[in-house]
Design a protein around this ligand. Structure first.
Ligand SMILES: *Cc1c(COP(=O)(O)O)cnc(C)c1O
Length: 373
């Protein structure tokens, strides 16, 4: 089988999605599935949709176009503010986009009018992450602009936390976001459909005991895909953490300790990150490297240690019996490693698990199965 590859268990992704959708549902919070870490992989997006997300979101138009080209018909939101140079593609393939810049909103409106459609605008508010966002005091003005311009419709507001700065948001920050949504409705009139309260880092808040206020959407990538809560790195109870596995091939085994003293390694080579001189370790080399993934985001197999990596080689020490050359080694990835590996041209994606979506309730009642798009 082709190596290196990522094995993706679609059943686990669907199940993780369903678990979160069921926990957040009683709190009146819908889940938007974020596909950027899998480069908009259509089967993963479909597994999220089958698990009950209200729609999917991605940061890059190329990923959105990949979804559309595969026949994905669910709603897609662009969660990075569009590039001015891409507004036509954005209105073509996304129902809505996150925005912070009046100039870009006007360009989206013009593009939507050219296409004869109306593009949804979610305004991103700066609530402390200091990445993208409109300052709260300027939000009403931008919202009014969206209201006045034909071609765009104000769909809602959203905030982002724990990306560039800081940790998970406080209940105080979340209450402020709810209050802002009320204020925008007072000033602008329309009901805000979406009040999107952050990403996976905000799950502990969303599932907490307190009121969730006006927040009715959360955008989840890491929690669905890897089953972990990003700030602590802890597994979320009842979730699969092994939906993705990176499989690489052994190209050399070497029972000997390194033949050179540690001190003589050329310091400019910057090759070895961690060096063990423990001769109890036998070494093996896998045909994968920095060009394929974030090596430090890999969890080595039990009994193994990362010795180092170069662009194309991964050197592992193991206290267990060495695998034979040509055999496969399986490792787990964190979000960063997953994101890079999914984008790596030399890594194939192999889908596992039931490729058929479970029948929707509607179809079940009619005794039909839904076709996979
Ligand atoms: C990436 C991203 C998300 C999803 O983040 P996760 O930590 O994967 O849940 C949500 N919102 C925005 C704006 C993003 O860029």
């Amino acid at each position: 089988m082709s190596c290196p590859r990522i094995e993706v268990d679609l059943g686990k992704i669907r199940c993780n999605t369903q678990t979160l959708v069921e926990r957040l549902g009683p709190r009146a919070i819908g889940v938007t599935g974020v596909t950027k870490a899998v480069c908009g992989h259509p089967a993963v997006a479909q597994a999220m949709l089958d698990g009950g997300v209200v729609g999917v979101a991605d940061a890059r138009i190329r990923n959105v176009q990949r979804l559309r080209a595969a026949g994905f018909t669910g709603p897609i939101t662009l969660i990075r503010t569009p590039m001015l140079s891409q507004v036509d593609q954005v209105v073509q393939s996304c129902e809505a986009s996150y925005n912070t810049e009046p100039l870009i909103i006007s360009a989206l409106a013009a593009a939507a009018i050219r296409k004869g459609s109306v593009h949804g605008i979610v305004l991103m508010v700066e609530m402390g992450d200091q990445r993208d966002g409109i300052l709260p005091e300027n939000l009403a003005d931008v919202a009014q602009l969206v209201m006045q311009v034909p071609g765009v419709a104000l769909k809602g507001i959203g905030a982002n936390f724990a990306c560039l700065n800081g940790g998970a948001p406080t209940a105080f920050q979340m209450a402020a976001l709810s209050a802002l949504s009320n204020r925008i409705e007072e000033v602008c009139g329309p009901f805000l459909n979406v009040v999107s309260g952050g990403n996976s880092a905000n799950l502990p808040w969303a599932l907490g005991e307190h009121s969730t206020g006006r927040i009715n959407d959360i955008r989840l990538g890491e929690a669905i895909l890897l089953g972990v809560e990003p700030v602590s790195g802890d597994q979320i109870g009842g979730m699969h953490t092994d939906a993705f596995t990176l499989v690489a091939e052994v190209i050399e085994t070497d029972a000997k300790p390194p033949p050179f003293p540690f001190g003589q390694i050329d310091p400019t080579a910057e090759r070895l990150r961690i060096v063990t001189t423990d001769s109890a370790f036998a070494r093996m080399i896998l045909a994968i490297g920095h060009q394929d993934t974030d090596i430090l985001g890999l969890t080595m197999p039990v009994g193994s240690t990362l010795i180092g990596a170069t662009s194309d080689h991964l050197v592992i020490g193991t206290s267990r019996s060495l695998p034979t050359v040509g055999s496969e080694v399986r490792v787990q990835m964190n979000y960063n490693a997953l994101m890079h590996a999914m984008a790596a041209p030399d890594i194939k994606v192999k889908l596992l698990g039931d490729p058929l979506p479970r029948p929707s309730r509607q179809a079940q009642s009619k005794g039909e199965r839904v076709a996979l798009v």
